[in-house]
Design a protein around this ligand. Sequence first.
Ligand code: ATP
Length: 362
Amino acid sequence: MSHRITLIPGDGIGPEVVEATRRAIEATGTDVTWDRRQMGAGAFSRTGRALPADTVASIRENRVALKGPIETPVTSGLGSVNVTLRQELDLFANVRPCRLYPGVPSLYDDVDLTVIRENTEDMYTGFEFEMGSVAVKELMRFVQDTTGRRVRQDSGISIKMISREGSARIVRFAFDEARRLGRSKVTAAHKANIMKFSDGLFLEVAREVAATYPDVSFEDRIIDALCMQLVQAPERFDVLVLPNLYGDIASELAAGLIGGVGVAPGAHVGGVDGRELAVFEATHGTAPDLAGTNTANPIGVMLSGAMLLRHVGEVDAGNRLEAAVAEVLADGAHVPRDLRTIDDDRPPAGTFQVADAVIARL
Ligand code: ATP
């Protein structure tokens, strides 16, 4: 079967790591037609738009995209191109599998967890009020009228918003993902003891949803305790589900357990049935310092490519790509610069050498 997939090289090291992944996907023998589109700073300088409408339309139509990291140009008028894309396409779930592969330097022996981050609510709704603005003054008045307490005059305000529906769908997604992956436990993280009406609602809904999945066990953790326990004993965790901001931090923490963002894959998934649109991408940024130097680690995006293949039904090809990546990592003959330890005297392998080594094992 032929697959039509939107391909967004992105900015900085994006074009290099996405090209490595595109070649690897093709080398699995999967029949793909790439629908190449632009987004980010490069798109802005070429077209005047950082998030061109045809790119968004292409993802809607093809339902699957492979995307590099994106820089948001300051003058583009968008707070963040990535956040805008996720909100426009309602990509409400960020899936970040964090598996430690043999050969990758880490403080740990056994890490294999999946972080599911809610992507559209919490502190990322964009309800931002600048210090000194008319709006912030009105908000302060409202807070004083309703609570009897004064907000410091020199404050800026960001609104945290968590809904029942948004919480229910991300927790359901996490349980469905746990079932699909054959995982046995979902852990929800929150700060419900302090933010009773936002995180408290998330926790209440998480418990309700958990009760409808009797085959998967459920527990909750206060976010600070979770961070400590993740560092102490990551093997205790299986699938984590978190509101947006905690999810952002915890997924980066988890990436640090398995070798860093250079090897951490990810997907943004959404749509009406929770499966309709999926953007597979780098979890790292554009790393402009490394752009064009053939030093970026392509493994994270290649593993996102393996996720993409499984998502479109090419399970065998996805598993083979992941296995080839794991072999290269275990073999140790092609070590990207960011995976070398301080006393490592092996020469670093460039982006394309790593990609070639993976492709040779397919
Ligand atoms: P952004 O603001 O675009 O999200 P960031 O500042 O959060 O980016 P990253 O680009 O994710 O940060 O990573 C920080 C540093 O990690 C980079 O400057 C780079 O040195 C390193 N890094 C990130 N991705 C890779 C990669 N794929 N290969 C090698 N090093 C990387």
